[in-house]
Design a protein around this ligand. Structure first.
Ligand SMILES: CC(C)(COP(=O)(O)OP(=O)(O)OC[C@H]1O[C@@H](n2cnc3c(N)ncnc32)[C@H](O)[C@@H]1OP(=O)(O)O)[C@@H](O)C(=O)NCCC(=O)NCCS
Length: 207
């Protein structure tokens, strides 16, 4: 792990960033992936946090990226509590599990805290995010939208950036609408990239 920088994403990076995301997510959670298209559309979403759109660069190439969106927790007392959600985040496949992801995420969370955001919630694997201070969101009293009572919610994670931001709050987290993309739009967008084989693999979450 050496000579990398983390810097804001620039418009001239967009194509390279989307290709990086496609390479990192391809066949991981489903055959193919949609995250490169999600990134493509979310940059124009009003909830997108431009100040927290970062890439990791090494030897003139992008090896990682992360971004954030504004959303809310619909609190049981009627308030809407502003929070962040995050991702896609990725590290290029050849550099995974060498500590780059943690460096990138720690950097981004520090920037988010410095901007005054109170908490970050999203879906992820506690094995990685636990290393960056995340815990199960249920421990903060926050429920995932549309999840049946008693269903496994261990994918739903939270970290306060301002200690106590969620103290005394219970409620339901909402995924920003922009994340819900149409499969046909993903397919059409994907044709801009070199052909890549979709595979059904063990461990994928979706068909
Ligand atoms: C997830 C991702 C961003 C993590 O970045 P990374 O550089 O590979 O992770 P790091 O090397 O910094 O990991 C730090 C620690 O987190 C843990 N960790 C990392 N990835 C993990 C995984 N998939 N499952 C469980 N624990 C994991 C490990 O303990 C790791 O330390 P170790 O390798 O010494 O055991 C990267 O692997 C990636 O791009 N994956 C594909 C896309 C993706 O799944 N993005 C996240 C969607 S929620």
């Amino acid at each position: 792990m050496e000579n990398f920088i983390i810097r804001p994403e620039r418009p001239e990076d967009y194509g390279e960033t989307e290709n990086l995301i496609r390479e990192a997510f391809w066949n991981v959670y489903r055959p193919g992936c949609s995250e490169h298209y999600v990134m493509h559309v979310l940059r124009d979403d009003p909830a997108f946090v431009g100040e927290l759109d970062f890439v990791m660069e090494q030897d003139g190439r992008l090896i990682g990226q992360n971004m954030f969106m504004r959303t809310v927790i619909n609190a049981d007392d009627g308030r809407d509590i502003p929070v962040l959600t995050m991702g896609p985040i990725c590290i290029t496949p050849a550099k995974k599990r060498r500590g780059y992801g943690k460096k990138l995420l720690d950097f981004c969370l520090e920037k988010a805290a410095a901007l005054g955001f109170g908490a970050v919630l999203f879906e992820g694997n506690i094995g990685f995010y636990g290393k960056c201070g995340f815990d199960y969101a249920r421990r903060f009293g926050i429920r995932y939208h549309d999840l049946p009572e008693g269903a496994d919610d261990s994918f739903f994670l939270c970290r306060e950036l301002i200690p106590g931001w969620l103290h005394g709050i219970t409620g339901v987290y909402q995924t920003p609408k922009g994340y819900y993309v149409d499969d046909a739009d993903v397919e059409a967008f994907d044709r801009r990239f070199p052909p890549k084989e979709k595979k059904k693999l063990p461990g994928q979450l979706f068909d």
